[in-house]
Design a protein around this ligand. Structure first.
Ligand SMILES: C[S@@+](CC[C@H](N)C(=O)[O-])C[C@H]1O[C@@H](n2cnc3c(N)ncnc32)[C@H](O)[C@@H]1O
Length: 247
C-alpha cells in the first residue's frame, strides 16, 4: 500500500458525502460547536485538513482557519468550497511542516494522527502542534480506542462494522502496533470496492505521554464532541491538550 496514492485524486473526488456519514449535521454540528468554543477569540489550524469537512463550516462561524495537508488532490476539493484567502493551506507533512501565524487551537480529527506510522512521527506531530500555539493554546485530537480487547491470542483480525453494503475489517500487527483498516463497499453484484489504510494505533495513555513530551497537559477527555463521559466502554475520544499559559 503506497502512502502517496492513498489520498489520490479518486479518493479525494469521492471523499465528500454531503449531509451523510462524517458529513451528517449530527456529526459535524457538535464538532464545529466544540472547536469554535475552544478556539475562543483566536485562530485555528487543522492538521490534515483534507477537503475541509470541518474547516469550511468552522470558518463559516467566523473562526479564522488555516491548514496543513499532504495530499494536493484533497486540497483541490477543498478549493471548490473555499479559496486560499479564506482558508490558507500549506502542503506538507503535519509532523514537520510549519504554517505561518500563531494559533489558539490546533486540531487533528477523524483518527488521522494514526496515519503517522511511527511513534517518533506521532511525537513529532505533538511537538509541531506546540510549535504553532500561543501560550495557553490547545491541541485537540479525535481518535478511536484500539479494540485490542476483541483480539484473543492467535486472532489477527476484527470486523468492527457490518451494515448492508459495507464491511469494516481491521487486521492487526500487534508487534509493530499497526492496524490496516479494510473498507469493503458492495452492492448485490459480485463486485466490491476496497479502500485500505494503514495506521499506528495508540492507547489513550500513550497519547497522553506524547502530549507530555511536547509540553502539554491533558485538559479534558470526552467520548464525543458533545461531552459524553469517557468510560472503559468508549470506542473513541476527543482529547483536549493544553500548553501552560506562560512558558
Ligand atoms: C481521514 S482524512 C481526514 C481529513 C479531514 N481532517 C476530515 O476530518 O475530513 C485524512 C487526511 O489526512 C491527510 N494526511 C495523512 N497523513 C498526513 C500527514 N502526515 N501530513 C498531512 N496530511 C496527512 C490525508 O491526505 C487526508 O487528507
Amino acid at each position: 500500500m503506497q502512502k502517496g496514492n492513498l489520498w489520490g485524486a479518486d479518493v479525494a473526488r469521492r471523499y465528500d458525502t454531503p449531509g451523510s456519514g462524517m458529513f451528517a449535521p449530527e456529526v459535524l454540528g457538535p464538532t464545529v460547536d466544540r472547536l469554535a468554543e475552544l478556539a475562543g477569540e483566536g485562530a485555528a489550524l487543522e492538521f490534515a485538513i483534507g477537503t475541509g469537512r470541518v474547516a469550511v463550516p468552522l470558518a463559516g462561524r467566523g473562526v479564522p482557519v488555516a491548514g496543513i495537508e499532504m495530499s494536493e488532490p484533497m486540497i483541490e476539493q477543498l478549493r471548490t468550497k473555499a479559496d486560499e484567502a479564506t482558508i490558507p493551506v500549506v502542503v506538507g507533512d503535519m509532523a514537520t511542516t510549519v504554517a505561518p501565524g500563531k494559533f489558539s487551537l490546533v486540531y487533528l480529527v477523524y483518527n488521522t494522527i494514526s496515519n503517522l506510522l511511527t511513534q517518533a512521527g506521532q511525537v513529532e506531530c505533538f511537538r509541531n502542534a506546540a510549535r504553532h500555539l500561543e501560550p495557553g493554546g490547545r491541541f485537540v485530537v479525535e481518535l478511536w480506542v484500539p479494540e485490542l480487547r476483541k483480539l484473543p491470542p492467535g486472532q489477527a483480525a476484527t470486523v468492527w462494522q457490518y451494515d448492508p453494503g459495507y464491511i469494516g475489517l481491521d487486521t492487526y500487527d500487534v508487534l509493530r502496533q499497526h492496524v490496516v483498516s479494510h473498507h469493503f463497499r458492495f452492492d448485490e453484484t459480485e463486485q466490491a470496492q476496497l479502500f485500505r489504510s494503514p495506521h499506528r494505533y495508540i492507547w489513550p495513555a500513550e497519547l497522553d505521554l506524547m502530549a507530555q513530551l511536547a509540553g502539554f497537559d491533558l485538559e479534558a477527555r470526552h467520548a464525543d464532541w458533545a461531552g459524553a463521559a469517557f468510560t472503559a466502554e468508549s470506542r473513541s475520544h476527543v482529547s483536549v491538550y493544553r500548553l501552560p499559559a506562560a512558558r
